[in-house]
Design a protein around this ligand. Structure first.
Ligand SMILES: Nc1ncnc2c1ncn2[C@@H]1O[C@H](COP(=O)(O)OP(=O)(O)O)[C@@H](O)[C@H]1O
Ligand SMILES: [Mg+2]
Length: 221
C-alpha cells in the first residue's frame, strides 16, 4: 500500500547537516500492523512523515498505491494525504470547545468528504472506535484513552486505507494504552487498513504483525 524505497532525509542548518533517515526500505500492507521501534532521535517521526507524504525525502522515493509520489508536484500532495492517510499523534490535538462528535464533524467538513449528514457520519465513526456513548462529551471530560479514540475517529474520516500513528500511547496510562493498541489492531484486522505505529512502548509488540527497529536513521529488522 505504501512503500519507502531507499528513502533518506537530510536536515541542513547552515553548515551542519543531520542524516535523520538513511536509505530505508520499508513497506506497509493492507490488514497489517507495522510497528516501528527505536530510541528517541533515531528518525522514526521523519520516516513516518515521509511515508505519509507530509515531508519530502531528500533521497529515494515513496510509492503509494503503486504510484511514486516523490515525483509529484507539491500541489498534488494534499489530495494524496486526504485520500490515503489518517494521522494520529501523541498529543490528541482535539478542539477543546467542541464535543467528541463535533470534533469529528469538523474534520469531515474540513476534508469535504461525503457532504451530507455530517452528524450521522460522525456518530458512525465514533461507533467504529467504540465511543458513541461519549459523543456529547467535551475533551476535558474524556479520559486520555477516550481522547485518543476521538482522534482515531477523525483519522478514519473519509475511510483512508492507511493509518499512521506516531507514539499514540505516549500520553496514556497502561490500561488506555492497551485499549488504543487493540483498536489499532482491529482497524487492520477488521477493516483491512494498513497501520503503522511508531512507539517505544514494549507493550505495542503484542499488537503488531511485524516489528522493525530504527537506530541512527537506519533500519534493522
Ligand atoms: N525539522 C528538523 N530540523 C533539523 N533536524 C531535525 C528536524 N526534525 C528532526 N531532526 C533531527 O533528525 C533526527 C531524527 O528525528 P526524529 O525523526 O524526530 O526522531 P524520532 O521520532 O525517532 O525521535 C534527530 O537527530 C533530530 O534532531
Ligand atoms: Mg518522534
Amino acid at each position: 500500500m505504501v512503500e519507502a524505497k531507499n528513502v533518506s532525509r537530510e536536515y541542513r542548518e547552515g553548515s551542519i547537516s543531520v542524516l535523520a533517515v538513511d536509505s530505508v526500505c520499508l513497506s506497509m500492507k493492507k490488514g497489517e500492523v507495522l510497528l516501528i521501534m527505536g530510541p528517541s532521535g533515531s528518525g522514526k517521526t521523519t520516516l513516518i512523515s515521509m511515508m505519509g507524504c507530509i515531508l519530502h525525502p531528500t533521497g529515494g522515493e515513496v510509492v503509494v498505491d503503486g504510484r511514486s509520489v516523490t515525483a509529484l508536484h507539491e500541489d498534488a500532495l494534499p489530495d494524496i494525504r486526504k485520500r490515503y492517510f489518517g494521522f494520529v499523534f501523541q498529543s490528541f490535538n482535539l478542539f477543546p470547545s467542541l464535543t467528541a462528535a463535533e470534533n469529528v464533524e469538523a474534520i469531515l467538513r474540513f476534508k469535504g468528504w461525503n457532504k451530507g449528514d455530517f452528524s450521522m457520519q460522525a456518530r458512525h465513526l465514533l461507533e467504529k472506535v467504540r465511543l458513541e456513548h461519549r459523543k456529547d462529551f467535551y475533551p476535558r471530560d474524556l479520559s486520555g484513552g477516550e481522547k485518543q479514540k476521538v482522534a482515531f475517529a477523525r483519522a478514519l474520516a473519509g475511510d483512508p486505507p492507511v493509518i499512521l500513528a506516531d507514539e499514540p500511547t505516549a500520553n496514556l496510562d497502561s490500561k488506555n494504552a492497551t485499549e488504543v493498541l487493540s483498536l489499532l489492531k482491529g482497524l487492520a484486522e477488521g477493516f483491512g487498513k494498513a497501520v503503522a505505529i511508531v512507539s517505544h512502548d514494549p507493550k505495542a509488540e503484542a499488537f503488531a504483525h511485524r516489528v522493525v527497529f530504527m537506530e541512527d536513521g537506519r533500519l534493522s529488522v
